[in-house]
Unconditional design. Structure first.
Length: 111
């Protein structure tokens, strides 16, 4: 009886350790939010990190990146730049004001 109880406790401890080791980024996978069109340009919007509703993400990209409306306060969009000899993998990204899109808790990719 004791070996069975020991195995159960070990299994529970291992399960807890595995669930705690999953990073928040892995738990929140990228979410595709469709396309935004303005000024003859169509761009794909992807929520990279954080819980941002798709409707809000599309509005941020449309207004702050494509300048097709009043800017959404609290957000800033950056144009992507590739390194020499390598084109950028996306058109740009958006993050809350004053935060780097690569390290921000909430960020949006634009393709």
């Amino acid at each position: 009886m004791r070996p069975v109880v020991g195995l159960i406790v070990l299994a529970l401890a291992l399960a807890c350790a595995l669930t705690m080791s999953i990073s928040p980024d892995a738990a929140q996978a990228r979410k595709r939010c469709g396309e935004v069109r303005a000024h003859g340009t169509a761009l794909t919007v992807i929520v990279r990190r954080g819980q941002i509703p798709c409707r809000r993400a599309r509005r941020i990209v449309r207004n702050n990146f494509l300048y097709a409306g009043p800017p959404v306060r609290g957000w800033f969009c950056f144009t992507a730049h590739g390194s020499p000899g390598h084109p950028p993998r996306h058109a740009g990204s958006c993050a809350p004001n004053g935060q780097d899109p690569d390290t921000a808790r909430r960020s949006i990719l634009i393709r």
